[in-house]
Design a protein around this ligand. Structure first.
Ligand code: PLP
Length: 458
């Protein structure tokens, strides 16, 4: 009797790494089974750390999933605008949410996404260039899939990066082309570094085909300004690259002087017709935190129809994005309007979530920077801090994070999982633990750091 062996499975699968759910997390789960309390700071999964869902989203989803409630719910349980929204969803998906949808996703949701982009950026968007996806992840994977034929196809990715990119490029057999962000200047990117990375790839026989940018940044927590976005677009134009703009944290900007600038808005303002842009958004982050609902979209600009048809084909091979996630995306881009019965509660909940996250970003940054041997850039956006740690020679960030887990129950991800400059060590923590725990988490990290460094000869 011969069962499948590990060696039998695809090499690309074996080689792909995904640290955010890697061995340290597996150990955390084991400790939890043994009865230890674990604080999961390894993944940007807000509701798993107590963030409450937005009522508007859940009420409409409940009615859309179970239309009988429209007749049976006690009067007043669902506000009128929620009922109207659910009815309009059901009118446009007449067989309910249990059917496959169009490959690209519900047309009415794509129209609402286009309107959302128009309102955000002041430029038109085409519903036919929008694809609804199972989270942003699937959109990113579709675009990487169409760009990569073999190991000579390079995809430029930031270092540090979110490992969806490195893992997917490995999975599809392409080449990662790293470009380093500048830690000492708040993780900005520079044209010179982009050019250097491009040239280095060419020298290795790799032809870069696209550049990925994550803004606001994961794991860096940085927010790009308009000049930085322009730098990327101009570089892409000069070098004939497509741009993948991962904008899932667009609502998570914490510093008063900063604002989110979309790649689409800069592309249009500069009238660039010769750069292909793929932008991604998600229901998982922002203030919805609906990670489990797997909703998101991909928007294409300057992408010819035959290429978009291939993306549609990819979507159709897995039929369509899940219908509930599509409706969650609808509710992200089409919130209650001023004057609607749900509006006040919606604004209150949104403000609470975002203000709490803003305070936590500040607390984590300040707390970490108070620890000798830990240096943290501004947590200007997104949901993470990526502090640099000074450790005795020979000690790795993997060892550090494992010891932190064993001794404190705090689960973070080693910097090596995201990439870091040679000779530097980091870890990534989310800013998501509940307010009443976050101070204690930072204190425990501080206590651990001092004891660990001393024990290991620092
Ligand atoms: C930068 C970035 N892009 C994409 C994703 C994927 O999000 P989802 O697939 O849940 O939309 C994440 C999740 O953490 C992320 O941090």
């Amino acid at each position: 009797l011969v069962v499948i062996r590990y060696e039998d499975i695809g090499r690309a699968v074996r080689e792909a790494e995904y640290a955010v759910r890697g061995p340290i997390v597996a150990r955390a789960q084991e400790l939890e089974r043994q009865g230890r309390k674990i604080i999961y700071c390894n993944i940007g999964n807000p509701q798993s750390l107590g963030q409450r869902p937005i009522t508007w989203v859940r009420q409409v989803l409940a009615l859309a999933e179970y239309p009988e409630l429209l007749d049976r719910a006690p009067a007043g349980l669902f506000p009128e605008d929620v009922v109207a929204m659910a009815r309009s969803v059901l009118a446009r998906s007449p067989h309910g949410l249990g059917t496959y949808t169009e490959s690209k996703g519900f047309r009415f949701v794509r129209e609402a996404v286009a309107e959302f982009i128009r309102a955000r950026d002041g430029t038109a968007a085409d519903p036919e260039a929008i694809f609804l996806t199972d989270g942003a992840s699937k959109g990113v994977q579709s675009v990487l899939r169409i760009l990569i034929s073999d190991e000579r196809d390079g995809i430029m990715i930031p270092i540090p990066q979110y490992p969806l990119y490195s893992a997917t490029i490995t999975l599809y057999g392409g080449a990662q082309v790293p470009y380093h962000l500048i830690e000492r200047s708040e993780w900005r990117l520079s044209r010179e570094i982009l050019e250097g990375s491009f040239e280095a790839a060419l020298a290795k026989g790799v032809r870069p085909r696209a550049i990925c940018v994550i803004n606001p940044g994961n794991p860096t927590g940085s927010v790009l300004d308009e000049a930085n976005v322009e730098t990327v677009l101009e570089f892409a134009r000069a070098r004939g690259l497509s741009v993948l703009a991962d904008e899932v944290y667009q609502d998570n900007v914490w510093l008063p002087g900063d604002r989110f600038v979309s790649f689409a808005s800069v592309l249009e303002r500069r009238g660039m017709k010769d750069v292909s842009l793929f932008s991604f958004h998600s229901v998982s982050k922002g203030f919805l935190g609906e990670c489990g609902h797997r909703g998101g979209y991909l928007e294409c600009r300057n992408v010819p129809a035959p290429v978009m048809d291939e993306i549609t084909k990819l979507q159709s091979i897995s039929l369509c994005a899940n219908s509930v996630g599509q409706i969650a995306t609808y509710l992200l881009v089409r919130p209650p309007r001023p004057g609607d019965p749900s509006h006040a509660l919606y604004v209150k909940e949104r403000t609470e979530v975002l203000e709490t996250l803003r305070r936590k970003a500040e607390m984590v940054e300040r707390g970490l920077n108070a620890v000798p041997g830990i240096q943290c850039n501004r947590v200007a956006g997104a949901m993470y801090a990526f502090p640099r740690i000074t450790l005795p020679p020979g000690v790795t960030d993997d060892e550090y994070c494992l010891a932190l887990l064993e001794e404190t129950g705090i689960c973070v991800v080693p910097g090596s999982g995201f990439g870091q400059d040679p000779g530097t060590l980091h870890f990534r923590t989310t800013i998501l633990p509940p307010m009443e725990e976050i101070e204690a988490v930072v204190k425990r990290i501080a206590g651990f750091h001092a004891a660990f460094a001393k024990r290991r000869g620092g």
